[in-house]
Write a new protein. Structure first.
Length: 308
């Protein structure tokens, strides 16, 4: 049988990004050879950074590029943190390869080409305000784009909730029973279709916090009253809020005071079977939500109907 070459497989998921004054590069340490056999002894990693020439020549680059060591390896992922100091204002190429215990080398990974710039400004701690549309997140600081990172409930890590160009964002669909925390990170256009990241801001001063629902649903619209043989049927347009609990129907006789007639579920209709002939009735409808302390909207425009 032909002897095995025992060459480590190429690192296929290599990536790098500038974050503040550090270039972070990472990739998965190979566990198989090019022939798909397990690697029995751990490999060494050879990561280098150097000027990116045009056209790019990997052989010439490898001779001049600066080796970087060591890597931090966790859960099979190798991570390098390279200070940007000597590379600011330059375009660099970064690549990595693995070297087996037998001295055989893998091919270079794909090369990451980065324009290195001065560290982007770290945004201020975000300010969070309850609004009817959701949690309003606002911050200050320079940047071409901003990432809003969020952690909800018992989540262990923050995840990207939005990427925006303004200094604010509204987080819709809030679950008022869970705590929220927010961070912000600035992105600066470094050129060559690359974005440099700032350091991540501190958490919002209120974080973690449980939002408070102080906002009623919209006032129902389109209320209409129709006579039937022994009742009045009311219909209106549906509200669309996700926390809508139902509607409250009010009635007055003539110009008398308003009295609550009934609470109904989220179906926008009601039949009043307690009307009496010869009387004039006015009707109005409000909407209420599922908050612990119920929020009720204002009443709709009234409708009037005479029962002959």
């Amino acid at each position: 049988m032909t002897p095995l070459a025992n060459v480590p497989a190429r690192i296929s998921d290599f990536a790098a990004v500038q974050r503040g004054t550090i270039i972070i590069a990472h990739g998965t340490v190979p566990t198989l050879t090019t022939e798909n056999f397990p690697i029995k002894k751990s490999v060494k990693l050879d990561l280098r950074i150097g000027a990116a020439s045009t056209p790019f020549d990997s052989g010439a680059w490898a001779v001049e590029a600066k080796p970087i060591a060591p890597a931090e390896i966790k859960d099979g992922i190798a991570t390098y943190k390279i200070p940007t100091g000597e590379w600011i204002g330059k375009q660099v190429a970064i690549g990595v390869r693995s070297i087996g215990a037998n001295g055989k080398k893998s091919d270079w990974s794909s090369f990451e080409t980065l324009p290195v710039i001065l560290a982007p400004e770290t945004p201020s701690r975000p300010e969070v305000t309850d609004t009817a549309a959701g949690e309003h997140i606002a911050w200050t600081g320079r940047g071409d784009q901003f990432r809003v990172l969020r952690r909800v409930g018992d989540e262990k890590e923050y995840s990207v909730a939005a990427t925006v160009t303004e200094h604010e964002w509204i987080d819709p669909g809030i679950d008022y029973s869970k705590p929220y925390s927010y961070l912000v990170q600035a992105l600066a256009d470094a050129g060559n279709k690359k974005m440099a990241e700032s350091e991540i801001s501190g958490a919002c001063q209120q974080c973690p916090f449980v939002p408070v629902d102080r906002f009623p649903p919209a006032v129902p619209s389109g209320l209409r009253a129709d006579r039937t043989v022994n009742s009045v049927t009311l219909v209106w347009e549906s509200d669309t809020e996700p926390d809508l609990a139902g509607y409250r129907v009010y009635r007055s006789e003539g110009n008398g005071p308003w009295q609550k007639l009934a609470d109904v579920n989220a179906v926008p209709s009601y039949s009043d079977t307690t009307v009496e002939r010869g009387k004039t009735y006015r009707y109005a409808v409000s909407a209420f939500d599922k908050a612990a302390t119920v929020n009720e909207s204002d009443r709709s425009a009234p409708v009037e109907i005479l029962i002959p």
